[in-house]
Every structure is written in C-alpha cells, then in structure tokens.
Design a protein around this ligand. Structure first.
Ligand SMILES: [Zn+2]
Ligand SMILES: [Zn+2]
Length: 129
C-alpha cells in the first residue's frame, strides 16, 4: 500500500482574530481635556459637598486656602489632585461614568462609529419620523 505524503494541505489560514482584543471600555482621558479643566470658583461650590475620592469637604479646604477643585461636564466636583490621576487612566467620571474625550485610537474609532449610527438614526427620524 502506497501512502502519499500530502504535505500540501496547509489550508488552515491563520486569521488574525486576536488583533481586536476586547477591552473594558475605558481609555486615558485626552491630555488637552484634562489641562483645560478650569478650577472652579469657591462661591459656586455647595458647602455641604465633599470630594468623592478623598471624602473631604470642599469648604474645609477653602478655609485653609488649598482648594483647587474642578467640575466635570457632568457637574460632579473633585479636587484636581484627586481626579487627575484617575483621568490619566480612565475617560469616565468615577461617580456617574459620564464619558470624556480620549486620545486613544480605539476610542476615536468607537466614537466615529457611534456618530455614524447617530447620524443614520437622525436621517431615519427625518425620513420616517
Ligand atoms: Zn479629593
Ligand atoms: Zn459625573
């Protein structure tokens, strides 16, 4: 019995499936965005509000003159020194998960897809709404 050595059966093409590794959905916040966060006026800070990260009351910090708090677009307040390290790793508000802009290419790609979907939805609304 003759056995043919068929070494030419290499048709299991290795697709690069793991190229798009799943992620947790958080990316570093855009540096420019962090730098542009302006310190808030103490007058606009409610006296009974504390920073959720260090749990210290803003009013007590103002008394010692060391208050440097910022407000995210979702209106949550934080000490700049508390929120900055968080924003360098996550582009979300630690309280409500409000999404902030990121420089990460994956986030930008995801954002473009979202915009396209939104745009399509608006077009649908125009046509059928
Ligand atoms: Zn704090
Ligand atoms: Zn928030």
């Amino acid at each position: 019995m003759e056995v043919k050595a068929t070494s030419s059966s290499i048709d299991d093409i290795d697709e690069d499936r793991y190229a798009s590794a799943s992620n947790t959905g958080t990316y570093p916040t855009q540096k420019k965005f962090i730098n542009n966060l302006k310190s808030i006026e103490f007058d606009s800070v409610p006296h009974d509000v504390s920073c959720v990260i260090c749990n210290e009351n803003f009013a007590s910090r103002n008394d010692s003159g060391s208050l440097d708090a910022i407000k995210l677009p979702c209106k949550h307040l934080f000490d700049r020194s508390c929120i900055a390290p968080w924003l360098e790793l996550n582009n979300t508000c630690p309280v409500c998960r409000f999404e902030l802009p990121s420089d990460h290419p994956d986030w930008i790609k995801r954002q473009k897809i979202k915009e396209q979907q939104l745009h399509r939805q608006q077009m649908d609304d125009l046509m059928y709404g």
